[in-house]
Design a protein. Structure first.
Length: 362
């Protein structure tokens, strides 16, 4: 069946890395018999330039209708001084909000050939493969009441509210349990149940849900301890599930275990509709990298690995995703490196040449 794929390359290095992704999509169509119906759209600064808004209603509607959305990156100095409502990032925020992408999947995977680039000792991260599932649409970033108030005594007060309902906890925990089932069957749920009611509820509800996933080994950990354990002994983890705020911090922390921003993919999943189709957005973790944009220098692997996540999670094409992951591992192990992951004795390649090598490896 034809898989509807919307590509939003965005700004800066977005279009450059996406060009390599498209070459690989074409390879999968020609050589593996996959069939996609791909359309392109604008998001971020390029959309502001053309339409005056970072995301048009038409493009938003296309995203809602697509089986998966693949995004490059948005933003850049050209648009930095615009008012908040029409900044490039707003396009991304609207996509996340309207598609109700509540589960953010951030793998922290260390390629053997890059283990030495980690901020930690090589032996601590060799073979590391963690998946952090961060709740993305609730919690303290959205809870009401919020705002800055003037108090009668002349003080000002900044207020945010951490709230989670049972259904919000269940739906993200389900995604995490299901993922654990396809991986190492271990799930660690992270909160601060010792000092927060929302954390206590989180722990109780995840524990209840565990009844449906008896084959998964569930553990609970306080967020501060988890931050410490990620740096002390990261390989103890398989899948981690946590709220929006803690997930923001822990996923950035885990990212640094892997060395380079140019290697990190992500997926954001929404609710499944009546036909079981889940809205989904795939994007590299990095931004538009204005400092290297337009120079064919960017590492396309983060975006290519995001494509691999799309194959795996939106289309259940695990074998094809494995092919692409393995090609990336091989190319890096073969010493082909863009500037961001360059090491002594390796061959420096451009964005395009990295794409060439991936195709050869495939
Ligand atoms: P950035 O991720 O764009 O760049 C940080 C550093 O990492 C830069 O030195 C860059 O050259 C390097 N880098 C990033 N991706 C790379 C890749 N694939 N290959 C090689 N090197 C890479 O973050 P920064 O500089 O904070 O933000 C730049 C712009 O991107 C801003 O306008 C920001 O708002 C936007 N941004 C967009 C994001 C998105 O679209 N999801 C996420 C983060 C930032
Ligand atoms: Mg962050």
């Amino acid at each position: 069946s034809n898989k509807k794929l919307l590509i939003l390359a965005g700004d800066g290095i977005g279009p450059e890395v996406m060009t390599q992704v498209k070459r690989v999509i074409t390879w999968f169509e020609k050589r593996q018999g996959l069939s996609f119906s791909v359309s392109d759209g604008l998001v971020g600064g390029c959309s502001i330039d053309k339409h005056g808004v970072p995301l048009t209603d038409e493009t938003m509607a296309e995203a809602m209708d697509a089986d998966a959305v693949l995004l490059g990156a948005v933003g850049g100095p050209k648009w930095d001084n615009l008012p908040f409502e029409i900044k490039p990032e707003r396009g991304l925020l609207r996509l996340r909000k309207d598609m109700e992408l509540f589960a953010n999947l951030r793998p922290a995977l260390v390629f053997d050939a890059l283990a030495e680039a980690s901020s930690l000792k090589t032996e601590l991260v060799e073979g590391l493969d963690i998946m952090i599932v961060r709740e993305l649409t609730g919690g303290v970033y959205f809870g009401q009441p919020r705002g800055i108030e003037n108090l009668p005594n002349g003080e000002r007060r900044g207020v945010n509210t951490q709230v989670y309902t049972t259904s919000e906890i269940h739906r993200v925990a389900r995604v995490a349990f299901e993922l654990a089932r396809k991986r190492g069957r271990k799930l660690c749920s992270v909160e601060k149940a010792n000092v927060m009611e929302s954390g206590l509820l989180w722990r109780e509800e995840v524990t209840k849900l565990h009844g449906e996933y008896k084959d998964i080994e569930l553990s609970h950990m306080y967020a501060d301890n988890c931050a410490m354990q990620l740096v002390r002994q990261p390989k103890q983890f398989d899948v981690i599930v946590t709220d929006n705020l803690f997930g923001d911090l822990l996923s950035d922390c885990a990212a640094m275990l892997t060395g380079s921003l140019g290697m990190l993919p992500s997926a954001s999943l929404g609710a499944a509709d009546a036909n079981g189709k889940r809205r989904a957005l795939y994007e590299p973790v990095h931004g538009s990298a204005p400092d290297i944009a337009g120079k064919d220098l960017a590492n396309p692997l983060a975006c290519l690995l995001s494509l691999s996540m799309m194959l795996r999670y939106s289309f259940d094409l695990g074998k094809e995703a494995d092919l692409l992951d393995k090609a990336a591992q091989e190319v890096v192990a073969g010493g082909f490196r863009t500037g961001d992951i360059m090491a002594p004795g390796c061959t420096k390649v451009s964005t395009t040449q990295m794409g060439d090598e991936i195709l050869k490896a495939l």
